[in-house]
Structures are given as structure tokens and as C-alpha cells.
Design a protein around this ligand. Structure first.
Ligand SMILES: Cc1cc2nc3c(=O)[nH]c(=O)nc-3n(C[C@H](O)[C@H](O)[C@H](O)COP(=O)(O)OP(=O)(O)OC[C@H]3O[C@@H](n4cnc5c(N)ncnc54)[C@H](O)[C@@H]3O)c2cc1C
Length: 418
């Protein structure tokens, strides 16, 4: 009888390990709380009406249609019982011989309950749609609000100057410049302020000094107020208090300030390290467990090049998934396993229409060509031909028409009694 593998999480890591176990002598179950894979790098485009959610999601059953050794279960995993080799889920207990935890990371509010309640994160398609609704609803409400309330409805504060914060600020600035004034001619958008608040000394601190400096210069040219070396202290839903004592009037705070690993109950606290990540060895086996692996954002692997773990990036997750798939196949065939080594292909971020920054191992460049590179790479990474075509069409339309065409407020329907 084939050994049972359970993969928890169908992000970049879980999807790739599943796919690389094709034709392997295992019975695999892939579990995710959603029945689709989400392409996180483009969440901000959904939030700012640039893309529709379906363009950046891919149904899991469709992805594995032709792979007979994998079953899909849409379920919430509540914990791991490593002594009895079972996981606990909302559809019951499931046994495993090998467990692969690829649950990724979630928004880190650093224990600030007030922020958790009021600030808007962007770590799932649902959250991105919620943010889109909120932004658009704010301008609907601003039409009839008094001057004081109008200010709060129009201004937006983005917290965190990493790639997500920079990208969402840039996209909001494009909305302010091109789309919103056409939709709401009664509102004076010169009065709309976008603030990007970052506690560190620069935006895109993980990128090269050139890219970091350019991203700030581009944002400022686009009218974003970049506030560095400052953190957000308080937010009461209407006023944002900064660490330098300033108060900003805004009802909307977008939280892009950090993430923490989604560790499942049952995993020993001894293997949890910085950022709530799980310590793994060079084969992605969780320290102290014989048959549990972790890959992707959740896994922290110390190597000579990355002593504090790899950066939490799509490319790391994809390659750890591939490598673990190959190693599990080798294990079944009694062949030697290969250690994981990350080949850094570089990083990039888009700042706005025709503007991006790109750091490749052999070249660093910014501006229009960087933007084309960013568009091409993200289009190639999207799953599914239909998604690629729809995304390309949307981008082409936005480019030609100076317009994001998906400004719909679609609220979840709740039937009474449900
Ligand atoms: C806004 C944003 C922008 C980004 N931009 C870039 C970029 O430009 N380039 C780049 O390289 N990286 C980028 N990243 C990071 C990249 O998306 C992650 O590194 C990558 O998604 C990690 O893959 P993963 O498989 O480890 O986890 P994830 O992709 O997070 O997948 C985890 C999966 O586990 C599921 N799950 C979690 N807990 C449970 C549970 N208890 N039960 C059931 N299912 C569960 C989730 O539903 C999810 O499908 C970005 C991330 C964000 C949020």
C-alpha cells in the first residue's frame, strides 16, 4: 500500500510539491481552506480595481485534474497530533505517514488589537476585495459628507514601505490621478492625500540602494507623502497618531507592515523561531520530527548564505516545493536526497503606471523598461492561459484608456438564517 502524504496549504509551495509528486508512489491529500490558489503579488491590483479576483486565482481541482494520485479537500486545519500522525480539521481527523505544512504567513499586527480591529490587511483575495469595496464606498459617502468627514473619507494611510506598501500607494496615486476624478467629478481630488508611513529609513529596504531611493523619488513625484523613520501609534477609526506626534485625518489605514508564520497548534514551540517560522533542516524536515516537513514562507532554513532563513518570497516557496517533491520521490526509490540551495533570481516592485524598480543578479534598472520587465515576469508567473489573457487585456486597457475598469462595490450576500 502506498504511503499517505498530506499537504496543508495550496500556495506556491504546496502547489509545487503536489505537482512534483506526479506519478510518485504516494496517496496524496492536498488541503486548503479555499478551493483555489491565490497569486498574492497581484492582490494590490484587485484592491485598487486594476484586476478582477478571478484573474489572480486558479481552481485547485482544475490544476490537479490530470494527476490521479492527489485528492483535494477544502477544509480548515485546526492542529497536528504528531504522536498519532493525524491532523485535526473541520471535516474530521485525517491520518498521514508524511505531513507537509505549507500554510504560509498571515498579517502581523504585532499584538496591537486596536490595529487588528480597524486597519485593513491584504493577505487574501477576500481582504483585497474588502479593501476595494471600502475605498470605493468612501468616495460614494464623501459625496454627501460634511467637509470634516469628507477629509477622513478621502485620505488613505498605508503602513509599511516594503513592496506591498509601495505598490499599493503607487496604485492609489494612479487612481487619484486618472480614474477617480472622472467617476466623481463633484469631488476635488487635489484634496485627497495618500500617506505612506514607514518605521525604517527607506522604502524597499530589502532592495538595492538605487531601487530603494528611486521608489521613494517616484512615489513623491506621484504625490504620495512618504513619511520615514515614523511609526503608527494609534488609530481610532478616524484619526491616525504617528510616533512623531503628528495626527493625520483618515478613516482608512492599509496595513502592510509585516507578516508572521501560520504555525499550527501541536507543533512544538521549541522549533518556532523569529517571525513565527518553523525551523527546518536543509531537506525541509522540521527539526525534531521524523516525518513532518515545512516549506515556503512558514519554513526557516539556516544556510551559510541565509543564516537567518530565506526571504519570504514566491520564488523560494516554489523551489522548496519542487525540491521536496523530488526528494520524496527519491526517498520512495531509495535514492539519495538533495539539500535545498536557493538561487536568487532577483526582486522587483512596480511603483505606478510605467514605473518599476528591478534588481537582477547581473543588472539593476528602474523606470519604463523595469515596468515592462515587471509586467512580463508577473504575466508569466500567473497560472492559466485564460488568466494571462484576461490580465494582459486589463493591463492594456488601463494603459490605453488611463482607466481601471473594475470599480465595482460587490458586497457579500448573506441570507437570513444562514
Ligand atoms: C500582497 C503581497 C505581495 C507579494 N508580492 C510578492 C512579489 O512581488 N514577489 C514575490 O516573490 N513574493 C511576493 N509575495 C510573497 C509571496 O506571495 C509568498 O512568499 C508566497 O505566497 C509564499 O507561498 P507559500 O506557499 O509559502 O504560502 P501562501 O502562498 O501564503 O499559501 C498558504 C496557503 O495555506 C492555506 N492555509 C493557511 N492556513 C491554513 C489552515 N489552517 N487550513 C487550511 N489552509 C490553510 C492558505 O489558504 C493558503 O492557500 C507577496 C505577498 C503578499 C501578501
Amino acid at each position: 500500500m502506498n504511503k499517505k502524504i498530506i499537504i496543508i496549504g495550496a500556495g506556491f509551495a504546496g502547489l509545487n510539491v503536489g505537482r512534483h509528486l506526479k506519478n510518485a508512489p504516494y496517496d496524496i491529500t492536498l488541503i486548503d481552506r479555499n478551493n483555489y490558489h491565490q497569486f498574492q503579488p497581484l492582490f494590490y491590483q484587485v484592491a485598487t480595481s486594476g484586476l478582477e479576483p478571478a484573474s489572480i486565482a486558479f481552481p485547485l481541482r482544475r490544476f490537479f485534474q490530470k494527476q490521479s494520485n492527489i485528492k483535494i479537500r477544502m477544509a480548515e486545519v485546526a492542529g497536528v497530533d504528531a504522536i498519532n500522525n493525524v491532523i485535526e480539521t473541520n471535516i474530521g481527523k485525517l491520518p498521514y505517514d508524511y505531513l507537509i505544512i505549507a500554510t504560509g504567513a498571515d498579517t502581523n499586527f504585532f499584538g496591537n488589537k486596536n490595529m487588528e480591529e480597524r486597519a485593513l490587511p491584504m493577505k487574501s483575495i477576500s481582504e483585497a476585495v474588502f479593501l476595494r469595496n471600502r475605498i470605493l464606498q468612501n468616495y460614494e459617502d464623501a459625496l454627501t459628507a460634511n467637509e470634516e468627514d469628507k477629509e477622513g473619507l478621502m485620505n488613505i494611510v498605508v503602513v509599511g514601505g516594503g513592496a506591498t506598501g509601495v505598490e499599493v500607494s503607487g496604485a492609489l496615486s494612479d487612481m487619484k490621478a486618472y480614474a477617480l476624478p472622472k467617476d466623481f467629478p463633484e469631488i476635488d481630488f487635489k484634496k485627497m492625500n495618500i500617506y505612506l508611513v514607514e518605521a525604517g529609513e527607506k522604502t524597499l529596504a530589502a532592495m538595492s540602494p538605487q531601487s530603494s531611493a528611486k521608489s521613494k523619488a517616484y512615489l513623491e513625484k506621484m504625490g504620495v507623502n512618504v513619511i520615514l523613520k515614523t511609526s503608527l501609534k494609534e488609530f481610532d477609526g478616524k484619526h491616525v497618531l504617528l510616533s512623531d506626534g503628528r495626527t493625520l485625518r483618515s478613516n482608512t489605514v492599509v496595513w502592510a507592515a509585516g507578516i508572521k508564520g501560520n504555525v499550527l497548534p501541536g507543533i512544538s514551540t521549541e522549533v518556532i523561531t523569529k517571525g513565527n517560522r518553523i525551523k527546518v533542516d536543509r531537506f525541509n524536515a522540521v527539526e525534531g520530527y521524523k516525518n513532518i516537513f515545512s516549506i515556503g514562507d512558514l519554513a526557516s532554513m539556516s544556510t551559510p548564505k541565509y543564516p537567518n532563513g530565506h526571504p519570504q518570497l514566491g520564488n523560494v516557496a516554489i523551489n522548496q516545493g519542487k525540491q521536496l517533491g523530488k526528494n520524496l520521490k527519491a526517498m520512495a526509490a531509495g535514492k539519495p536526497l538533495k539539500e535545498f540551495e536557493y538561487k536568487d533570481l532577483g526582486s522587483m516592485a512596480t511603483v505606478g503606471r510605467k514605473l518599476a524598480v528591478v534588481d537582477l543578479p547581473f543588472a539593476k534598472f528602474q523606470g519604463f523598461f523595469a515596468w515592462l520587465t515587471w509586467l512580463f515576469v508577473h504575466l508569466m508567473l500567473l497560472l492559466g492561459v485564460k488568466n494571462k489573457i484576461f490580465t494582459l487585456l486589463n493591463w492594456a486597457w488601463s494603459y490605453i484608456a488611463f482607466d481601471q475598469s473594475l470599480r465595482l462595490i460587490i458586497k457579500p450576500y448573506k441570507k437570513r438564517g444562514d
